[in-house]
Design a protein around this ligand. Structure first.
Ligand code: FAD
Ligand code: MLT
Ligand code: ZN
Length: 541
C-alpha cells in the first residue's frame, strides 16, 4: 500500500514536469559551452624522482615496483639542435621559457611530471615532418601533445623528451554541408569545432567534459569515447581519413573523405588510439551528423544498481534511435560534486538517492519524441525502476544536469588524491567491482563509481586525502585481475599512456602485444615517438 501511494505521487510529479519541454538544449552544450577543464587548484604531486637522473619511480598511480629507466640510446639536446629548430620554425615557436615548460611537462591531474627543456609549436605538416626527420636522425625522443587533458600520463614527457604541441595547427580546412564531412587540422580545440558545426546545423559525433581544451588530434590519438558514443559510435567509425607524420618524417596522406574505401589495409586505424606512439596526426576528416531540433534531458534517481541496469535495457528498447546519452553516477560521486563544485545543486533534493542517471534523447519530431520519452519514463516509474526524476525545462536546467555529470572528474581532483580506473565491463557485473573495492578499502579511502553506462564503461575512482602505498596495494593488481577475469578492458577510453603500459597483458594476448611491438618497430625503428608509453617496457629490451 505504501509503495503504491509513493508510486502514484511520483507519477503525478513526473507527469507535471513532463509538460515542461525543452526544445533547444543543444544550444548550451554545443554552442555556448565555454567550460574550461583546466583546474585552478593544485593536487599533491605523486611522482617521485629517486634522485637519479635516469630512473623515475612512479609511486602512487601504478604498481609500487614500476621504475622507468631513461632509454640510453636517446641523445640529449644541444645548442645546435636549438639553432636548427629556430631556423626551421622561427624563434617564437621554439620555447625554452621555464613557466611554459612547467605547463607542458605537467599533466591535467598534476600526477605526472617530465623535465623537457624544449617545446616546439609547428604550424604546418611540413614543419612537423622536418621536426621528426631531424629528431629521428639525432635520436631525440618526442612527445606529441594536444590539449594535455589525457588521464593516463601519455601527454607529458617522462624524462627530457621534446614536446611537440599541435595547438598552432588549428585551421578548419573544409566543411561539406551535403555529406557533413569536416576536414581540419589536428590542433583544433573540440569545443571550437562544436561551435563551428553548430552554425552550420551539424554536431560533432564526440563530446566530452574536457572539450574546452582537448584537441581533435588528441581525441583521435586516444580514440576518445565520451558522452555520445552510445549514439554515434567510436572514432574508428566516424573518422573517415587522416594525415599523419611518421618518425622518419614521411607524411602519410590518408585524408580521404569517403564512406567506403576498401583499397588495401586501412592504415588510418593504426593512428586512432595509438596515443602518439606511431606518428603525429596532423589532419583529420570526420563525419558529422546533422543537428536535430528536439533534445530532452532527464535527471533520474534509482534505488539500486540493478534498477539502473534495467533502466538502460528499457531505454534501449523503448527509446531506440532517440537515445543520445545514458550516463550514471553513484551517491558518492554526487556527494563530491555537491561538496566541491560551486553553484551545483541536486535537482532531486528531497532525499539522497543511491544512484543517478542522466538520459538524453535527440530527435527531429518534438511531439513524437516527447510522447516516446513520457511513455518510457512513466512505465519505468510504474515498474519501480525510477524513484524520482526531473526533466530539464530550460537551457539552464539542462546545463546544470550536465554540469553534475561532467563535473565529477573536477570534483575528484578538488577532493585530494585520486586513483583513476577506466574499465569496460559487462554491465551486469560492473558495479560489483565498486562494492568489492569498498569492502577491500574500508575506511582507508572513498570509492566512487560513475561513467558511460550505455557503453559498459565504468569510471572507478578511489579518493583519499593523500596518496598512500597502502591504498594502492589494495587496489592493484586486484582491479586489473578482476577486469581480466570478467573479460573486460583495463582501458575503455582513456588509453594506456605511461600508467598502464605494463598492464597491457591484462587485456591483450602476448601474441597480440608482440604484433603491436612489430608494428611499432616498423613505423618508429628508433622508438623516438612517445617512449615508455602504451607498450610494455619489456618490449624495449
Ligand atoms: P593530450 O592529452 O594532449 O594527449 C593524449 C595522448 O594523445 C598522448 O599520448 C599524446 O601523445 C597523444 N596525442 C595528442 N595529440 C596528438 C597528435 N596530434 N598526434 C599524435 N598523438 C597525439 N576521455 C574520454 O575518452 N572520454 C571522456 O568522457 C573524457 N572526459 C574527460 C573529462 C575531463 C574533465 C578530462 C580532464 C579528461 C577527459 N578525458 C576523456 C580524457 C581526455 O580529455 C581525452 O583523452 C582527450 O581525447 C585527450 O585529448 P588532448 O588533446 O588533451 O590530448
Ligand atoms: C568522464 O567520463 O568523466 C571522463 O572520462 C573523465 C573521468 O573518467 O574522470
Ligand atoms: Zn569517460
Amino acid at each position: 500500500m505504501e509503495k503504491l501511494r509513493a508510486t502514484s505521487s511520483l507519477r503525478r510529479s513526473l507527469k507535471s514536469i513532463l509538460n515542461r519541454q525543452l526544445s533547444s538544449i543543444s544550444e548550451i552544450r554545443y554552442l555556448n559551452g565555454k567550460r574550461s577543464c583546466q583546474p585552478t587548484f593544485s593536487l599533491i604531486r605523486d611522482y617521485k624522482s629517486l634522485g637519479e637522473a635516469n630512473a623515475i619511480r612512479y609511486r602512487c598511480f601504478s604498481s609500487v615496483s614500476t621504475v622507468v629507466q631513461r632509454n640510453p640510446s636517446f641523445s640529449t639536446l644541444n645548442s645546435d639542435d636549438i639553432s636548427y629548430f629556430k631556423r626551421l620554425l622561427g624563434e617564437k615557436s621554439v620555447i625554452q621559457d621555464e613557466d611554459r615548460l612547467e605547463t607542458v611537462n605537467t599533466d591535467w591531474m598534476r600526477k605526472y611530471k617530465g623535465s623537457s627543456k624544449l617545446l616546439l609549436q609547428p604550424r604546418s605538416t611540413e614543419e612537423v615532418a622536418q621536426i621528426l626527420k631531424y629528431c629521428n636522425s639525432r635520436c631525440l625522443a618526442v612527445v606529441p601533445q594536444g590539449g594535455n587533458t589525457g588521464l593516463v600520463g601519455g601527454s607529458v614527457p617522462v624524462f627530457d623528451e621534446v614536446v611537440v604541441n599541435l595547438g598552432s595547427m588549428n585551421n578548419i580546412i573544409s566543411f561539406d554541408k551535403v555529406s557533413g564531412i569536416l576536414v581540419c587540422e589536428a590542433g583544433c580545440i573540440l569545443e571550437n569545432l562544436i561551435s563551428f558545426l553548430d552554425n552550420q546545423g551539424f554536431i560533432m559525433p564526440l563530446d566530452l567534459g574536457a572539450k574546452g581544451s582537448c584537441q581533435i588530434g588528441g581525441n583521435v590519438s586516444t580514440n576518445a569515447g565520451g558522452l555520445r558514443l552510445v549514439r554515434y559510435g567510436s572514432l574508428h567509425g566516424n573518422v573517415l581519413g587522416l594525415e599523419a607524420v611518421l618518425a622518419n618524417g614521411d607524411v602519410l596522406d590518408m585524408l580521404g573523405t569517403l564512406r567506403k574505401d576498401n583499397t588495401g589495409y586501412d592504415l588510418k586505424h593504426l593512428f586512432i588510439g595509438s596515443e602518439g606512439s606511431l606518428g603525429i596526426v596532423t589532419k583529420v576528416s570526420i563525419l558529422t551528423p546533422p543537428k536535430l531540433s528536439s533534445v530532452n534531458i532527464a535527471f533520474l534517481a534509482c534505488r539500486d544498481y540493478s534498477s539502473c541496469q534495467k533502466l538502460l535495457m528499457e531505454a534501449k528498447r523503448k527509446l531506440g534511435e532517440l537515445l543520445s546519452a545514458f550516463e550514471f553516477l553513484d551517491i558518492q560521486a554526487m556527494d563530491l560534486v555537491l561538496n566541491h563544485l560551486d553553484g551545483v545543486r541536486n535537482p532531486l533534493p528531497a532525499s539522497m538517492h543511491n544512484f543517478y542517471v542522466l538520459i538524453e534523447t535527440t530527435g527531429s519530431d518534438e511531439s513524437y519524441d516527447r510522447e516516446k520519452l513520457e511513455a518510457f519514463l512513466l512505465s519505468s516509474m510504474e515498474g519501480g525502476l525510477i524513484s524520482d526524476g526531473v526533466l530539464a525545462q530550460d537551457i539552464n536546467q539542462a546545463s546544470s544536469f550536465w554540469r553534475i555529470r561532467e563535473g565529477v572528474p573536477e570534483a575528484l581532483m578538488k577532493a585530494g588524491a585520486v586513483y583513476k580506473y577506466d574499465l569496460s565491463l559487462p554491465v551486469e557485473k560492473m558495479y560489483d567491482l565498486v562494492d568489492d573495492m569498498r569492502t577491500r578499502l574500508g575506511d582507508l579511502a572513498r570509492v566512487i563509481g560513475y561513467g558511460h553506462l550505455g557503453d559498459g564503461n565504468l569510471h572507478l575512482n578511489v579518493s583519499a586525502l593523500q596518496y598512500d602505498d597502502k591504498i594502492l596495494e589494495q587496489i592493484e593488481p586486484y582491479v586489473y585481475e578482476w577486469t581480466s577475469k570478467h573479460r573486460g578492458s583495463i582501458s575503455a577510453e582513456h588509453g594506456l599512456g605511461l600508467m598502464k603500459a605494463n598492464k597491457i597483458y591484462y587485456s591483450k594476448s602476448p601474441e597480440t602485444v608482440k604484433t603491436m611491438g612489430s608494428i611499432k618497430k616498423l613505423l618508429d625503428p628508433n622508438g623516438i615517438l612517445n617512449p615508455y608509453k602504451v607498450l610494455p617496457h619489456s618490449l624495449d629490451s
